[in-house]
Ligand binder design. Structure first.
Ligand code: HEM
Length: 478
């Protein structure tokens, strides 16, 4: 994209309104009219994709709801540049959940790369992912083939199957199995893990949620004060015990990196439950939901690509086979382009800055909060043709590959790598692999399917209503 260096630098347009009152009415507008309309109406009103506005939750949850919003593909990447923005305590935005939910520690996601523990924890996560890389495909297949067996029996008995519910249980099992080699259900946790995780996640994210309760109750109980952490104390304790035992080898490694066992355990719990489990809760229904709304011909092409690549590897799903599946990769990228699983990113300006959008250049002062609503960057019609449409093969071929740099779900361009010095998702490659493995497993088993797709809390709700099994000759794999 061209630079706007010949443009005059302007003040950021927009208004925060009357303190206290406007942030509350803005919050109501945001929750009850929807986020897309909220941001679009301000872009339209001020004729700018860089605009001042309030973000929820506002009073009394956040001390300052005022942000400079960057709402196109050109301005958004300022949030990835850690020389320009400070990422300290901004993981959930303008409010930060109490550290009593994380053992009193500020965990990696809340640390700026300038803080020494950021590199130590991120390195620990890189080491775990590297040491367990050969476990990912077999543990995924093992856990998710059981999910599909259950789905088939639910369809046979009830005529429908709730993918989100099955995915919640399976993802938690898979993550414990893949990272630490210990399935949570084989430990004292039994099958209680996912519900404990969901409660703990809720305590951190309720300021951003609506549950469909009467407005007055939601305002009072969800959006105004943090819920007390003692509600999940026993759940957290049970999860902590699992991590302190299952992750023993990783915790030895943590001590070598200079972290205490205790701080490392809280961090592994957070990375596994919040980052990974929370991420997979949204990512996988998102991918399946977009495939459900796509043409059957896309299903046919995916099945042919996947079965062909697996056959070339002697019927095995290998890293090599998955790497050859260009369309499979494209459908995953397109799902996270349309619906980035984590939609909001934040950072404080480290110094006085000039932020460029497609149409202008704007002054931002040191200390101001920059905020990005990612779907406006990844559905930017100046970058993507038919930007509002799910185009499964968008990223296939030479032209398609040029667009991959605009896929930024990981808090950075897909063409870049997470390091201990940046804030890009530590598990970027793992996540894209897991997304592809869902598609692979699915189309090895089925030719096509139908599902009802709706909205739920932070993502899509997918209820599968029919599955067409692959004919035996075309689906053999081990
Ligand atoms: C499954 C879908 C996932 C999505 C959509 C996702 C998304 C993200 C995003 C957007 C950020 C940046 C947040 C910010 O600072 O603004 C992030 C950071 C992070 N993610 Fe992920 N993530 C996922 C899975 C995982 C997994 C599996 C791990 C496991 C290790 C992980 C570990 C982290 C960590 C540790 C950070 C903080 C990085 C840092 O402080 O430098 N994430 N992730």
């Amino acid at each position: 994209m061209a630079s706007n260096s010949d443009m005059t630098v302007e003040e950021v347009p927009g208004s925060y309104g009357t303190p206290f009152f406007t942030p509350i009415s803005d919050r109501l507008e945001f929750y009850y009219q929807g986020q897309d309309k909220y941001f679009q109406s301000r872009v339209d009103k001020y004729k700018s994709t860089v605009v001042r506005l309030n973000v929820p939750p506002g009073p009394f949850m956040a001390s300052n709801p005022q942000v400079v919003a960057v709402l196109d593909a050109k301005s958004f990447p300022v949030l990835f540049d850690v020389s320009k923005v400070e990422k300290k305590n901004v993981f959930t935005g303008t409010y930060m959940p109490s550290t009593s939910l994380t053992g009193g520690f500020r965990v990696c996601s809340y640390l700026d790369p300038s803080e020494p523990n950021h590199a130590k924890v991120k390195q620990l996560l890189f080491n775990i992912l590297a040491s367990r890389k050969d476990a990912v495909i077999p543990t995924f297949r093992n856990n998710f083939s059981a999910l599909f067996d259950t789905m088939e029996s639910q369809l046979a008995s009830d005529g429908k199957s709730d993918f989100n519910a099955l995915n919640d249980n399976t993802s938690f099992e898979f993550l414990g199995d893949a990272y630490y080699g210990v399935r949570p259900s084989d430990t004292e946790l039994g099958t209680t893990g996912p519900s404990r995780c969901t409660k703990w996640l809720f305590l951190q994210l309720h300021p951003l949620m609506t549950l469909g309760l009467p407005k007055i109750l939601e305002e009072l109980f969800l959006h105004t004060f943090p819920l007390p952490s003692f509600i999940v104390k026993s759940d957290y304790k049970a999860l902590y015990k699992y991590f302190s035992e299952a992750a023993a080898t990783a915790l030895d490694n943590a001590e070598k990196l200079g972290l205490s066992r205790e701080e490392a355990t809280h961090n592994l719990l957070f990375a596994t439950v919040f980052n990974s489990y929370g991420g997979m809760k949204v990512l996988l229904p998102g991918i399946l939901g977009w495939l459900a709304t796509s043409d059957k011909s896309l299903h046919e092409r995916l099945a042919a690509e996947i079965r062909g690549a697996v056959a070339e590897e002697g019927g095995k799903v290998t890293v090599n086979a998955v790497a050859k599946m260009e369309l499979t990769l494209s459908v995953v990228y397109e799902a996270v382009r349309m619906d980035p699983p984590v939609k909001y990113q934040y950072g404080h300006a480290k110094e006085d800055l000039v932020v460029e959008s497609h149409d202008g250049a704007y002054k931002v002062k040191k200390g101001e909060m920059l905020f990005g609503y990612q779907p406006f960057a990844t559905r930017d019609p100046k970058v993507f043709e038919r930007a509002e449409e799910y185009v499964g093969d968008r990223f296939v071929g030479e032209e398609g590959k040029q667009l991959i740099k605009y896929v930024v779900w990981s808090n950075g361009p897909e063409t870049e790598k997470p390091t201990v010095a940046n804030k890009q998702c530590a598990a970027k490659d793992f996540v894209v692999l897991v997304g592809r493995l869902l598609v692979v497993e699915f189309f090895l088993r089925y030719d096509t399917f139908e599902a009802d797709v709706g909205n739920v809390l932070l993502g899509s709700q997918v209820t599968v209503t029919s599955l067409t099994k692959a004919s035996a000759s075309s689906s053999s794999s081990s």
